[in-house]
Design a protein around this ligand. Sequence first.
Ligand SMILES: *Cc1c(COP(=O)(O)O)cnc(C)c1O
Length: 224
Amino acid sequence: MSITENLLKIKNELQENVKLVAVSKTKPEADIIEAYNSGHKIFGENKVQELVDKHEKLPKDIEWHFIGHLQTNKVKYLAPFVHLIHGVDSLKLLKEINKQGAKNDRILSCLLQFHIATEDAKFGLHKEEAFELLQSAEFQNLKNVQIVGVMGMATYTDDENQIREEFANLKSYFNEIRDNFITGDYFNEISMGMSADYKIAIEEGSTLIRLGSSVFGIKFYTKF
Ligand SMILES: *Cc1c(COP(=O)(O)O)cnc(C)c1O
C-alpha cells in the first residue's frame, strides 16, 4: 500500500480526539511530500539536525514534533519553529527550553516523558520525580514553556496485558497532574502508542499516536 493509502486507512479508524503524528525519521523528503499532499500536516522526528534540515526544505505549514531525546545544547535549533517537544524529562532541560522560548518570543509546548516500561534503556521521569518538578518554584517561574501533557513508551513485548497496564499507568499520571498540578485546559495531551501498540494506547486514552512504519513502510532510507 502507498503512504497515502496507509494514512487514509489509519485516519479513517481514528476518533476525532486522537491525532496522528507521522514519524518520518530516516524517511526521504519525497515520502513526507506524498503524505503532505494527501492532506497530512503533523510529522515527528527524533534527531535535531534531521528535523532542522527537513523543516528548511519542506512546506512551512507542517507542524513539527520532536519525539527523541533532546540535549540541552540543541534546544536552540528547534526553538524558532517546533510545535511540540514530546520527550522532556528534566528541570534542566525545561529551563533551557524556557530560555530559548523567551529568545524567540514563543511559549514552547512540551510533554513530560514518563518511564513506564520495564526496560532500563528508555528515558523518562518516575512519578515522584515528576511531581517534585511540578511543585518546584523554579518550574513555576518558567514563563516560556507550557506542559501540555504527558508522553511514554511501553515495553517492547508481545504481552498485551503488560502494554495495556503501562499505558494505563501513564493515563493515571496524567489524571493526577491535571487534578493536582496543572489545571489549565491546555493540559490535555497523552502521547502514547506506536505502530505495534497504538490500538491498545487509544483504548487506554491516547490523544497523540506516533506512527512510523505503519505509515511509511519499513524500508529505511540512507544517504550511502
Ligand atoms: C520511531 C519512533 C516512533 C514510531 O515507531 P514505529 O514503530 O515505526 O511506529 C514512535 N515514537 C518514538 C519516540 C520513536 O522514536
